[in-house]
Design a protein. Structure first.
Length: 363
């Protein structure tokens, strides 16, 4: 059995594809399973036990039509896949199936332009459907081919980070001042897009309350270079000076010295995974980093941005605790702007959730 799975796009989307890969491997242990990814995120999936080969496309290859078609043609004709699973089924990605019409299973998403290209088509992910459940549905045609044999399903997000990578990063964290006799909270304190970032003043106040209530915890701010770094530094400075920009004053000043680390930097997604493996839990804005954390078995609580469905993006039926706070938990937001939706997610609401979450996960 030779299976090709195509999942271009972002890091979090690709991590959410790992239950499909693991399920395929569990049921077809001798299969060759190749995974098509954007080159920039491919290193994160190296060594994954369900992946036989990672096939990468650079941004230049994906945006040069002639080069893209040539590489797609070469990919499917060198291997002659029995199954092609196109997880997005865009006009670009469906070229893999179009160039592989002899494949027994050509599986994709039901769209007006995919008729005749795929011989098995499924509806896209519904608003209140788990993305894991949606992705696993794409394996149904292969399951049917097993003619009643037992089917094993793996719903867990997974990455393969070596013990050496984890230990190396743990040593680096210790060099930067982390004391592993105390718990560590990784904090997604900001985000790349302002529209997906819970307001800074509220994040500052919640973190101040957390430091006051749980002084045993050490906090590591996770952020990208550039604007995110500036945002993180500003929150750190506000915490340090006991200031808040919201109308409600902070309850009490944090203990000194401030148990917040800005100097621990993951320089790649694999290093972020290694760092997550050495942390007690994750709190912050929802995004790709949360999926890495989840795949490493680290519990998480996130503030969801408007339009991001908790049911879709936060798996609730895996072995890892994943909680979220969304405006849809509070009110009907169908007629609200993004700002109005974020306004529903108050400091008190997030603090209540964070306090309960911490009491549940703390060592």
């Amino acid at each position: 059995m030779r299976i090709l799975v195509i999942r271009f796009r972002q890091m979090g989307d690709a991590i959410l594809a790992t239950p499909l890969l693991s399920t395929l491997k569990a049921n077809f242990p001798d299969a060759q399973i190749d995974f098509v990814l954007n080159e920039r995120i491919a290193p994160l999936f190296e060594g994954h036990p369900a992946i036989s080969r990672i096939i990468t496309f650079t941004d230049e290859e994906r945006h040069s039509l002639l080069n893209y078609i040539r590489k797609v043609w070469r990919t499917v004709h060198q291997t002659r896949y029995d199954a092609v699973i196109d997880m997005r089924s865009t006009t670009n990605t469906m070229l893999f199936a179009l160039c592989s019409l002899r494949s027994r299973w050509r599986i994709g998403i039901r769209k007006p332009y995919t008729w005749g290209i795929f011989n098995h088509r499924f509806e896209g992910c519904e608003d209140n459907e788990s993305m894991i459940s949606h992705n696993l549905r794409l394996a149904e045609p292969l399951r049917a081919s097993m003619e009643g044999k037992g089917w094993k399903e793996d719903r867990n997000l997974s990455l393969s980070i070596t013990d050496e990578e984890k230990q190396d990063f743990r040593h680096y964290m210790e060099q930067q001042g982390i004391d592993f006799r105390r718990p560590v909270l990784l904090v997604g304190v900001t985000a790349k897009l302002p529209s997906k970032t819970w307001p800074e003043d509220r994040m500052t106040e919640v973190l101040h309350r957390f430091i006051s209530a749980f002084p045993q915890f050490q906090l590591i701010f996770n952020y990208a270079p550039g604007q995110e770094a500036e945002n993180a530094r500003r929150i750190f400075d506000r915490l340090s000076s006991y200031a808040a920009t919201s109308s409600q004053p902070l309850s009490q000043p944090p203990l000194q010295p401030l148990p917040v680390f800005l100097n621990i930097e993951a320089k790649s997604p694999r290093q972020l995974a290694a760092m997550a493996a050495n942390c007690t839990a994750y709190f912050g804005n929802e995004g790709g980093a949360r999926h890495i954390v989840h795949a490493m078995g680290c519990p998480s609580l996130v503030v969801c941005s408007p339009g991001a469905s908790k049911t879709t993006w936060l798996p609730q039926d895996t072995s890892v605790l994943a909680r979220g706070i969304a405006a849809t938990d509070i009110a009907d937001v169908s007629a609200m702007s993004r700002e109005e939706q974020y306004a529903l997610i108050t400091v008190d609401r997030v603090w209540e959730e964070l306090e309960n979450f911490t009491l549940r996960i703390q060592p």
